[in-house]
Ligand binder design. Structure first.
Ligand SMILES: C[S@@+](CC[C@H](N)C(=O)[O-])C[C@H]1O[C@@H](n2cnc3c(N)ncnc32)[C@H](O)[C@@H]1O
Length: 252
């Protein structure tokens, strides 16, 4: 595991708070429908690479799936909520090999875009393919190159709070066009309300964006065939306006 897999070590403590307003249950419902539409059985076995804090894993398990969530960051796993049909494993999606096949492999919220080099992306697709039998699917969302070029990454500030913490996160992106990368420089201010103490830290997340052709080539190289691509959640056709595109690749 390389150091960049530990990029969430400082921010893991505030990850769930930062995304508390996201419609995670709506997302999990949509993802479940998509998986069933692509032939994954109602109680199918799902391998989630980059499960993070298990935001979607336990909601997919509520729908009947049996989920194995793989995550390199121990800090993220510490925040993961237990569920009887979810097994969490610490591991790297580029290298992990489990003995059992799965009905689907999924990677949600741009985990594939965290695989920044071509070698890393190939290793990640090899893992997905290694855990599928013919007909099984690898489903994931990525940053989409046409939209990143057209819309351009923007500076953003997000603030959230709960009873214990107040967090502000400032994101400043810089582009490395030649390598299809956006380095997002995050700075955090986290205030522990009861102690009145504010901690500051920063992280850089390098994000790789992909074109449909690159995803098709990566898939093909690992015995997978793209059967679907659409904007995540909306179902719109991928375009210059669709930052996050959802792909489904079937094992041939
Ligand atoms: C934006 S978070 C998404 C987490 C979770 N899927 C969610 O929707 O909240 C990206 C996650 O990908 C994980 N990640 C990055 N590279 C990975 C790899 N090679 N294998 C497995 N997980 C990885 C990070 O540790 C982090 O937890």
């Amino acid at each position: 595991m390389t150091d960049d897999k530990e990029i969430f070590s400082s921010s893991a403590a505030v990850y769930n708070l930062l995304y508390q307003d996201r419609d995670t249950s709506g997302e999990a419902h949509w993802i479940g429908e998509e998986l069933r539409r692509h032939g994954v059985p109602e109680t199918g076995r799902i391998l989630e690479l980059g499960t993070g804090t298990g935001r979607h894993a336990r909601l997919l398990a509520d729908q009947g799936f049996a989920v194995t969530g793989v995550e390199p960051s121990s800090d993220m796993l510490e925040k993961a909520l237990e569920h009887p049909r979810v097994t969490y494993l610490q591991g790297d999606g580029q290298t992990i090999r489990l003995d059992t096949p799965f009905d689907a492999v999924i990677s949600l919220f741009h985990v594939v875009s965290y695989q920044t080099s071509l070698a890393a992306a190939h290793a990640f697709f090899a893992t997905a393919s290694a855990h599928l039998e013919a007909g099984g699917v690898f489903a994931f969302d990525v940053w989409y190159s046409p939209a990143v070029h057209a819309l351009k990454p923007e500076e953003r500030i997000v603030s959230r709070e709960d009873a214990a913490l107040q967090v502000t996160r400032h994101a400043r992106p810089t582009e490395n066009v030649a390598d299809s990368l956006v380095d997002v420089h995050f700075s955090y201010e986290v205030t522990d309300k009861s102690r009145g103490v504010t901690e500051e830290f920063s992280e850089v997340h390098s994000m790789r964006h992909f074109s449909s052709t690159e995803i098709a080539l990566l898939s093909e190289a690992h015995g997978l065939e793209i059967t679907d691509s659409q904007e995540f959640m909306s179902g719109a056709k991928p375009s210059r306006d669709t930052w996050g595109v959802w792909f489904v690749a079937r094992k041939v």
